[in-house]
Design a protein around this ligand. Sequence first.
Ligand code: FAD
Length: 435
Amino acid sequence: MTTAPWRNWAGTESAAPVRTSRPVCADEAAAAVRAAAEDGLRVKAVGSGHSFSGVAVADGVLMDTGGLDEVVEVDPGAGLVTVGAGMGLWRLNRVLEAHGLALENLGDIDRQTVSGAISTGTHGTGDRYRGLSWQVEALKLVLADGSVVRCSRSERGELFEAARLGLGALGVIAEVTLRCVPAFKLRAVEWPMRLEAVLDRLEELVSENDHFEFYWFPHTERALAKLNNRYSMADRRRRPSRLSYWWNEDFTENALFGASSRVGARFPAAVPRLNRVAGRVWSARSYTDLSHRVFTSPRRVVFREMEYAVPREALPEVLGALRGAVDRRGLNVSFPVEVRFAAADEVWLSTAYGRRTAYVAVHQYHRHPHRDYFRAAAEIFDAVGGRPHWGKMHRLEADSLSRLYERFGSFLAVRDEVDPDRRFANPYLERVLGP
Ligand SMILES: Cc1cc2nc3c(=O)[nH]c(=O)nc-3n(C[C@H](O)[C@H](O)[C@H](O)COP(=O)(O)OP(=O)(O)OC[C@H]3O[C@@H](n4cnc5c(N)ncnc54)[C@H](O)[C@@H]3O)c2cc1C
């Protein structure tokens, strides 16, 4: 008997699992894993399906983690918060806010689950900041044999290092303990710049602001610079009015952008002109608000995405090559290229492992062909030792990935130990980790 088919947010992946389970605690998840083993089925824990890659595709039991969403413990003094792994980031942010806490950094959206976000290395931007897996202090995990274990730096340290960015390959995460910071505000400043000017001032923009990123509009010289700086909660600067929030987040970045993407899909020759208009309409603005409201925005225009982490110093070369490829190959690119930054970290499979990183994300509207563009971009990223985001589209396999990650072998050794029968494998994991 099969259950309802599953599709990810972007529509790039689908699955027809044999059955679905929806545990509400670790013991129920453990029982579902044992039952799957008895029936010879594989198990895939699934968050909110926001990965573009096949990382969350279930071919046996689809374990919907949405029921694992309770607040287990909050210790504001220590800044430690333990929650059910399937809790949405949107809800976690509100829980933290109520306790005067916040996550120190976030990505662009808050629709992911906590476990989904950490399992693929979800990150935001900031020269001194690292991804969400870096903020994990401990995990409660259901292993392939149905046992429920805890791990942290001091308890089963190797399992912890692997499982805090584990691609769902090591077990079902039931609870996550996160290190939080006192709640803070962000002052956002956004303004259009020429791409050359951004690259000329790159070091200063990245190092002198807490969270700097920029978008470049292909076929044009235009870029939109965005910087967010941190202020205490006592700061009295203005929050955006409802009208300005609606204009920027709802109208400009979603409704208008969606309409322009549809026109571009119908009349590809108009794309360069549409990008020039978008570069003008996404105009200068500044506002201050709670951190999570500034870090994240709604994303209603559906797109495909590939993102690579490249060594920071390679960024100008990478962008130059990308511009050249778009022009030379006559590619039609309707979405801006997003560039973000992160400090080096030590999470084994983190795309920022051991090096200061620039993230370059290429997107394409979902009704627009993306293959030639993404292939051209991947060649450029691969040439500088880029590491693809585990949750976004890419074509790399275990053999080449093993050369990009110093601790790849350590990760595989933990996998062999805790999941020798590959209960948690799927076709994507077979490709990127091996059988
Ligand atoms: C519009 C959009 C914007 C995005 N913005 C960003 C961004 O700013 N920065 C960034 O880095 N990424 C971003 N992403 C990518 C996204 O953060 C990741 O793909 C993330 O993994 C999605 O979380 P999810 O809850 O949807 O997990 P899913 O996609 O459902 O699953 C991802 C992985 O987590 C595993 N998993 C989930 N729950 C568990 C569990 N309980 N135990 C074990 N394994 C589990 C799954 O098996 C799978 O391997 C974006 C994606 C979209 C669609």
